[in-house]
Design a protein around this ligand. Sequence first.
Ligand SMILES: C[S@@+](CC[C@H](N)C(=O)[O-])C[C@H]1O[C@@H](n2cnc3c(N)ncnc32)[C@H](O)[C@@H]1O
Length: 252
Amino acid sequence: MNTPSSPPGETPDQATGLAPSDVAHPRAIRSFVKRAGRTTLGQAKATAELGPRFVLPYRAAPLDLAEAFGRQAPTVLEIGFGMGDATAHIAELLPETNFLCCEVHEPGVGALLKQIGERGLANIRILAHDAVEVLDHMLPAWDAQQNPQGLAGIHIFFPDPWHKLRHHKRRLIQPPFVARLAQRLVPGGYLHCATDWEPYAQQMLQVLSGEPLLANTAADFAPRPHYRPDTKFERRGLKLGHGVWDLVFQRR
Ligand SMILES: C[S@@+](CC[C@H](N)C(=O)[O-])C[C@H]1O[C@@H](n2cnc3c(N)ncnc32)[C@H](O)[C@@H]1O
């Protein structure tokens, strides 16, 4: 796996947006472990050519979305896009929406950059950084007066299910984090989660239903929204006889 090239303690690499590898992570429990993965030549080429334009550096300071995208448009945050197949599909389908996409898996970042190039997408920006830190430090809570810039939507598709009980604390969908997600949405903005792991689906339903800022758009699980394509996780889940559950909640 490639390592970031910034010297110790310096700002993130401008081309990749990756944080320096030797800076202590302030959070003890993360929702991911960095997987080793080979970056293909095509992904590396896309990163070199398109990274400077589409990968934003992580900075612990509020992000100006209009400046980052070069336009004012509703912005959807995606957490954990994997190899970016759904992301690229949705961004192509919805060109009037900005997609701010977080992923810590480097080959995934390269894969999405490759798709950006192949499909000629202009409405994606990538943060190759922990989405929890991005949320806390770059995306302030929505406020009509103080911070009218908020998120139109949030996509969390097939987040790591962390099957073992002792790892459940790593799951993204937990009350404190969901409260922080909801605060970043504009009123009427939506949070869309999907999973193929039923116990996690039940946890999502319970946690999202318990967040006072959010209202379910369905009685419980929602029909798959038209924009979300099926992914390899979904196909694998269905092959194993699992279901797939979508949850779409809206900020009150
Ligand atoms: C199971 S994969 C699903 C990928 C993709 N959404 C899909 O449906 O194919 C979950 C992804 O979330 C990423 N991830 C987990 N926690 C994250 C975090 N805090 N910030 C950014 N990415 C994260 C992982 O690196 C992994 O690629």
